[in-house]
Design a protein around this ligand. Sequence first.
Ligand code: SF4
Ligand code: SF4
Length: 91
Amino acid sequence: MNRKEFLKKSAGMILLGGLCLTGIAAEQVRSDKKYKVIPQRCNGCGHCYRSCRDQALTASNNKAVIDTNKCKGCGECTRYCRSMAIVESKR
Ligand code: SF4
Ligand code: SF4
């Protein structure tokens, strides 16, 4: 295999690997998990609102509320809440 063929094959493999990782990441976004906000812990800072791509988080009386019909269970919002007010909801 010459240098040109090697570079061509390497580029193809890198592209394929990237596509696989993208697929895995997309798969991780959705889950059966549901989350809820513990109002006593929520200080209404609003950091979590921006984290939700599905607009499942809204404010009510200065507290975050999760619309369970819109929530896809990705858990992204939990990473943004410093008060640990967003927890997995046991169904
Ligand atoms: S990030 Fe946490 S404390 Fe801030 S509004 Fe959201 S749930 Fe409440
Ligand atoms: S778990 Fe994901 S979809 Fe559900 S409210 Fe949090 S960020 Fe939005």
